[in-house]
Design a binder for this molecule. Structure first.
Ligand code: GAR
Length: 217
């Protein structure tokens, strides 16, 4: 049984999707803790209501990024996780922190990486005239929003899209790909060779959501 710790900063809808997928599909894993960098992160309530341990390590209580990262690592390591999942965790983590969890640290980003790392991804995709966007689950490396790609969702843009409409459609696909990627990890189905992630059974590592309402096409 693998132990998963999830880090959130706010709503935590991806965290919810992972908790629910784990329970519904009987993964060989358990979400043992949800940790936030803000005490008002709404997702903490969902975790507590599902009898998952919660903790807050507030970044504003620390003078330096390194001090915050160290305190966060201390809180995480108390749960001895096999996998650490960033789910809308909106703090940049330092290299030492990332190296500590390398190979067992996943993130989701709402773009087709390596396009549009950082913030305002949907607005930037619209302004660039992209015809497709989506989301990416990847192993975390010290470079922001980069790292070996596990799984991507593909979502077409619409002529009348605004950032919120696109964000909503992409988020719905995040709730499909993040649980799947985490499941693959805890089932030991992922191999990383030369920075490229392969599924051992060659499962498709992208899902297209081409329907008019962002549903699977
Ligand atoms: C998600 O769209 C996630 O991809 C994004 O924040 C949102 C969190 O939503 N993450 C990033 O932009 C990280 N670079 P949630 O709290 O409901 O899961």
């Amino acid at each position: 049984m693998k132990s998963i710790v999830i880090l959130i900063s706010g709503r935590g809808s991806n965290m919810e999707a992972i908790v629910q997928g784990c329970a519904a599909e009987g993964w060989p894993a358990r979400v043992v803790a949800v940790i936030a960098n803000r005490s008002d992160a709404a997702g903490l309530r969902f975790a507590a209501a599902h009898s998952i341990a919660t903790a807050v390590v507030a970044h504003k209580d620390f003078a330096t990024r390194e001090a915050f990262d160290d305190a966060l690592a201390g809180a995480i390591d108390a749960f001895a996780p096999d996998l650490l999942v960033l789910a809308g965790f909106m703090r940049i983590l330092g290299e030492r922190f990332v190296r500590r969890y390398e190979g067992r640290l996943l993130n989701i980003h709402p773009s087709l990486l390596p396009a549009f790392p950082g913030l305002h991804t949907h607005q930037r995709a619209i302004e660039a005239g992209c015809k497709l966007s989506g989301a990416t689950v990847h192993f975390v490396t010290p470079e922001l929003d980069h790292g070996p790609i596990v799984l991507q969702s593909v979502v077409p843009l619409r002529a009348d899209d605004d950032a919120q409409a696109l964000a909503d459609r992409v988020l719905a696909t995040e709730h499909r790909i993040y649980p799947l990627a985490v499941r693959w990890f805890v089932e030991g189905r992922l191999r990383v060779v030369d920075g490229v992630v392969r599924h051992v059974d060659r499962a498709p590592q992208w899902l297209a959501f081409l329907g008019p309402e962002g549903g699977a096409g």
